[in-house]
Design a protein around this ligand. Structure first.
Ligand SMILES: Nc1nc2c(ncn2[C@@H]2O[C@H](COP(=O)(O)OP(=O)(O)OP(=O)(O)O)[C@@H](O)[C@H]2O)c(=O)[nH]1
Length: 438
């Protein structure tokens, strides 16, 4: 197996840099050479496509695109440019529960004690990308409120997605009617907003019944929209519950739509799977267990569940043993570097970042996890028998991890980059000769 599958001659990751005809190939002057050493072709290419994407989106929304560079984003005020997820729906439909379980790790059973939301709850989340979650009180209809006029532009101006929560265990006709009128209102001023309908609380419902409800809700919305002359509105449907992984899976889909150049991330993971013979690979946001990209093999809930549980195990383990305060003592290091290994720790482990591995006893399929930065982790399920090839796999994963770091440095704001750079490497060193082996 070759470890150079993603490398250019100068050692830079190149998997997402295939179509850049703008890079001169034969530049040999000293100045140019030093420039190439500092900024890889992949970085240049990503900056270019990111800027193109930004300008295209701004044009689409009718806002003139200033000639700002990605590097100028530090001057953008903190609140600007953060995608916003709006949670709306009827009272007691489960909005606050969703937000608490996904973003604050509240155990689902404790949502029983949540009080009804009286005011808009604004949560700012500093994760692999900064975004906000706004939880609206169910009783408020922002488009038709006799007591108060809302600043619609302030609410929908920077929106990433509108998540409409429908309680599947309750009568949902009123909720669907309110959703329809919200979509119609939004179509006038903000036709590009993604509307994600969570048909929620589907735990305890039979599979047939869940699909019946989804079909019924979909038809009611489509019929109403086409009666009003609106075709192809960006409305998507998800069956969710806080009592299983479905809510994380649904949020993963919602968040993925906010990531610029998602296709390139997916291509990197697909290449990695092909080269390392992985069955499935996910790029996880470790705090929320939302996966922000996966390879192009078909969706598989079981794989997601096991990888997500594995992230939990590693996080718990890291909290106990892997915090930055937990340093190896000199004697412990000396023992690890002594016989029979006789090498420094850095030379024993295949990568300088944290890594971990686990073999599933039943199917003999190892799972590997690699930290990308302090927010992201790459988790993959390997094929049977691939454990023997760990050194080559580690080298390939290493290259992809470097590529991912470059990708997010470009698509993040400057403040975000600082957060990535300040990550805590070395959370758990398990497989490959480090200490703390499982
Ligand atoms: N069975 C089931 N119950 C859920 C689920 N999600 C939330 N609930 C329950 O639904 C109830 C209402 O949840 P909340 O999160 O307070 O609802 P809300 O939409 O925020 O309500 P308002 O703040 O009044 O708008 C709570 O008792 C939750 O435990 C779910 O997936 N399944």
């Amino acid at each position: 197996m070759s470890s150079a599958f993603l490398q250019t001659d100068n050692g830079h990751p190149a998997s997402f840099d295939t179509d850049d005809a703008t890079q001169p190939q034969s530049q040999t002057s000293p100045t140019r050479r030093s420039l190439v050493r500092c900024i890889s072709p992949a970085v240049l290419n990503l900056e270019r496509v990111f800027e193109q994407n930004r300008q295209r989106l701004q044009k689409k929304d009718g806002v003139p695109a200033p000639a700002a560079k990605v590097s100028d984003q530090a001057s953008v005020p903190q609140t600007k440019g953060k995608p916003r997820l709006l949670l709306m729906g009827q009272r007691r439909s489960g909005k606050s529960s969703i937000s608490s379980v996904v973003f604050h790790k509240l155990p689902p059973s404790e949502t029983l004690f949540l009080e009804s939301t009286a005011r808009i709850q604004k949560d700012s989340l500093n994760s692999f990308m900064e975004f906000q979650v706004w939880d609206f009180p169910g009783q408020i209809d922002i488009f038709d409120n006799p007591n108060f006029t809302f600043d619609i532009d302030a609410i929908f101006g920077e929106i990433g997605a509108l998540i409409w929560v429908i309680d599947a265990q309750d009568d949902y006709l009123e909720s669907v009617a309110r959703l329809n009128s919200t979509i119609l209102n939004l179509q006038r001023g903000y036709p590009h907003i993604n509307i994600e309908v969570f048909i929620h609380k589907v735990d305890g419902l039979s599979d047939d019944y869940k699909l019946d409800i989804q079909r019924d809700v979909t038809i009611r919305i489509q019929d109403e929209l086409s009666d009003q002359g609106i075709e192809n509105a960006p409305v998507n449907f998800h069956l969710t519950s806080i009592y299983d992984h479905s809510i994380f899976e649904a949020f993963s889909k919602v968040i993925q739509k906010l990531i610029p150049r998602l296709g390139q991330l997916e291509a990197m993971l697909t290449n990695l799977c092909r080269t390392c013979r992985f069955e499935k690979a996910y790029l996880f946001d470790v705090n929320t267990k939302i996966y922000i990209a996966t390879d192009n093999t078909p969706e598989d809930m079981a794989s997601y569940e096991i990888c997500s549980d594995y992230v939990d195990v590693i996080i718990d383990f890291t909290e106990v043993y892997g915090s930055p305060e937990w340093k190896r003592s000199d004697e412990w290091r000396a023992r690890l570097e002594g016989p029979p290994w006789l090498q420094t720790l850095e030379n024993q482990v295949a990568c300088e970042f944290a890594e971990s591995g686990m073999v599933l006893a039943d199917a003999q399929r190892p799972i590997m996890l690699r930290e990308v930065d302090r927010f992201l982790a790459l988790v993959a399920i390997m094929k049977e028998g691939s454990y023997d090839k760990m050194p080559q796999i580690n080298m390939n994963v290493d290259v992809v991890v470097k590529g991912l770091i470059e990708f997010f440095e470009i698509t993040k704001t400057k403040t975000g980059i600082a957060a990535v750079g300040g990550g805590t490497p070395g959370a758990v060193a398990v497989e490959g000769g480090g200490d703390g082996r499982l």
